[in-house]
Design a protein around this ligand. Structure first.
Ligand code: NAP
Length: 288
C-alpha cells in the first residue's frame, strides 16, 4: 500500500487519446462542491500498458479509475467484473475498495438520463440503433429493468449477436428479457410502434453533423428521441425529432450520469449531478 501522507485522494480516467476528456472537469467540480479532498486527472495509457497502469494506480492508493476508448474491453482481463459488466463485455469504472472490481456505468447513465427527464423504461417499446459498445451497455441495462427492446444495426449480424447475448445473459440473472434484432431496413415499421428511440451509433457526430441515422419522416410526436452523441449537443436527429413534435434528450446527460454513478461507487456519496452537468457543458463549450 502506498504512503498516504499526501491526504489528497487521486482518481483518473485512462484512455488513448485522452486530451479532450470532459471527465476531469466534471469530477473535480463535484469534489469541490462537496468539499472533498480529492483530485481527478486524465492519463494517456496505451492498450499494452493497461495492466501495469491499473496495478500502478492501486499501488499508489488511487481511489478509482474510469476507462475510455480503446481500453474498456481489454480491462476485463485485469479486473473482477460485476455481473452486468461481465455480460456487457466492457468496463468503464474500476474501484479498489476490496479487490480490483470492474463496473460498466454507461447503461445506468443512459437510464438516469431518461429518468431525469421523466421517461420510464419498464414495459415501453424501445428501438436502439447500433450494436457497438454503448448500445451493448444500454441494451443490457434497459432489458434488465423490463424495457421491450428492438436492436437495429447496419451490420445485422452484430445486432443478432447482441440480442442473443442479452437474452442468454439476463436469463442467467433470472430475468426474462424481451429483445429482438433487425437490420436498418426494418426501422420504419418498428419506429411507427415505438415509444422511445435511441441513437447509439456514431452517426451525426463531429465532423459529420449533417448526418442522421433516421429519415425525419419516420419520426412522430409519440416518441421520446434520445441521442447519445454529445458532440454536437444538438444533433440533426434531435433537431428533426423536435420539428416532428417528439420529446428530445441529448447525450451529455448520459455522460454526466455515467460519471455520477462512478462517483457514487467510489465515494459512497450522492453525486451533485447538476454541478457535474454544468461543468460538462462548460467543458464541451470550451472544446468546440
Ligand atoms: P462503436 O462500438 O464503435 O459502435 C459504433 C456503432 O455505430 C455500430 O453499431 C456501427 O454499426 C454504427 N455505425 C457507425 N457508422 C455508421 C453508419 N455510417 N451508418 C450506420 N451505422 C453506423 O462505438 P460506441 O463506443 O458504441 O459509441 C457510439 C457513439 O456513442 C459515439 O458517438 C460515442 O461518442 C457515443 N457515446 C456516448 C456516450 C455518452 O455518455 N453520451 C457514451 C458512450 C458512447 P456497424 O456495427 O454496422 O459498424
Amino acid at each position: 500500500m502506498a504512503d498516504t501522507a499526501n491526504r489528497i485522494k487521486t482518481f483518473a480516467v485512462l484512455g488513448d487519446p485522452i486530451g479532450h476528456s470532459i471527465s476531469p472537469a466534471m469530477h473535480n467540480a463535484a469534489f469541490e462542491a462537496l468539499g472533498m479532498p480529492c483530485e481527478y486527472r486524465a492519463f494517456r495509457v496505451r492498450l499494452s500498458d493497461l495492466r501495469d497502469a491499473i496495478h500502478g494506480a492501486r499501488a499508489l492508493g488511487f481511489g478509482g479509475l474510469n476507462l475510455t476508448i480503446p481500453l474498456k474491453e481489454e480491462a476485463l482481463k485485469y479486473v473482477d467484473p460485476d455481473p452486468i459488466a461481465a455480460r456487457i463485455g466492457a468496463v468503464n469504472t474500476i474501484d479498489f475498495a476490496s479487490e480490483i472490481t470492474g463496473h460498466n456505468t454507461d447503461g445506468i447513465g443512459a437510464l438516469r438520463a431518461l429518468d431525469s427527464a421523466g421517461v420510464d423504461i419498464a414495459g415501453r417499446n424501445i428501438v436502439i440503433i447500433g450494436a457497438g459498445g454503448a448500445a451493448r451497455a444500454i441494451a443490457f441495462q434497459f432489458a434488465y429493468i423490463g424495457g421491450m427492446i428492438v436492436i437495429a444495426n447496419r451490420t445485422q449480424e452484430r445486432a443478432d449477436r447482441l440480442a442473443r447475448d442479452v437474452t442468454i445473459g439476463l436469463l442467467e440473472l433470472e430475468k426474462r428479457p424481451v429483445v429482438r434484432s433487425i437490420g436498418l431496413a426494418g426501422l420504419a415499421s418498428e419506429i411507427a410502434d415505438a415509444e422511445i428511440l435511441i441513437n447509439a451509433t456514431s452517426v451525426g457526430m463531429h465532423p459529420h453533423p449533417d448526418a442522421t441515422p433516421v429519415s425525419s419522416d419516420l419520426l412522430h410526436s409519440g416518441l421520446t428521441v434520445f441521442d447519445i452523441v454529445y458532440n454536437p449537443l444538438r444533433t440533426k436527429l434531435l433537431s428533426d425529432a423536435e420539428l416532428r413534435g417528439a420529446t428530445v434528450i441529448d447525450g451529455v446527460r448520459m455522460l454526466v450520469h455515467q460519471g455520477a454513478e462512478a462517483f457514487r461507487i467510489w465515494t459512497g456519496r450522492e453525486p451533485p449531478a447538476d454541478v457535474m452537468l454544468e461543468a460538462a457543458l462548460r467543458g464541451l463549450e470550451n472544446r468546440s
